[in-house]
Design a protein around this ligand. Structure first.
Ligand code: HPA
Length: 247
């Protein structure tokens, strides 16, 4: 099978891959956390690097934003390059009062308004999109060892970054709650745009996947990290992801 979007040779990408959306963050992770770094792709400026973390080969592949974009990179990583442990390291928008800017969250499950589950199961099953339990346990353990607090729970993976889900006209079902109120009432911690694809494709391919996020936007208090904070202030999450991916 050919790789159209990743310009690497088979063997250049590790089985262990971190997946930031942003190519700049991929570069920052590779430069700041890995040794013996080698860049294997720059197609569309979506960068990919392989290096070593504590002596173990680890790759960092940017995915772009949203389910269609990450799905392309996941397919090639898994089916062409043999990726087996995939950890998304992304940002999310906190949706609850107890979630704050720069908190680290782990998606135990991913709910979605995307049609990808329907495309696979034809509407017959609302397939549960779950983190790999071993990776999830290892990440929680790694966070504990690093003395870094994490919150674990369900997230909403949405197709629309800009939406009216928190506006009065974004009502859901009974016409009283906004879409986001309904999600909050059911314990959704945060919103992001890629985890559903990660968990679905990983399940289909029987590989391990986990999504970890830093809260860059607070939809509850209407606060956002600055653009430079988005690019650079996510070290806690990266440490947890790297300690997990080398297990
Ligand atoms: N919405 C969706 N995805 C996101 C957000 C958001 O506010 N912040 C980071 N990823």
């Amino acid at each position: 099978m050919a790789s159209i979007h990743i310009a690497a040779k088979v063997g250049e990408i590790s089985e262990r891959v971190l997946l930031p959306g942003d190519p700049v963050r991929a570069k920052i992770i590779a430069q700041n956390f890995l040794e013996d770094v080698h860049q294997y792709t720059a197609i569309r400026n979506i960068f990919g690097f392989t290096g070593k973390y504590k002596g173990v080969p680890v790759s960092v592949q940017a995915t772009g934003m949203g389910i269609p974009s990450i799905s392309i990179y996941l397919h090639e990583l898994i089916h062409v390059f043999g990726a087996k442990k995939l950890i998304r390291v992304g940002t999310c928008g906190g949706m609850n009062e107890n979630i704050h800017l720069r908190d680290v969250l782990i998606a135990q499950g991913s709910s979605t308004d995307s049609s990808i589950v329907k495309q696979v199961f034809g509407g017959a099953v609302n397939f549960s999109l779950l983190a790999d339990f071993e990776l999830l346990s290892q990440a929680v353990e790694a966070a504990k060892n690093l003395n870094l607090p994490v919150k674990v729970g369900n997230v909403i993976c949405t197709d629309l970054f800009y939406n009216d889900y928190d506006d009065a006209n974004g009502t859901f079902g009974d016409g009283k709650n906004t879409f986001n109120d309904k999600l909050r009432a059911y314990g959704i911690l945060a919103v992001e745009m890629e985890s559903a694809a990660l968990y679905l494709h990983a399940a289909a391919a029987k590989v391990q996947a986990l999504a970890i996020f830093t809260v860059s936007d607070d939809l509850w208090r209407n606060e956002r990290c600055t653009i430079s904070e988005r690019e650079s202030s996510f070290n806690d999450m990266i440490k947890i992801a790297l300690e997990t991916v080398i297990c």
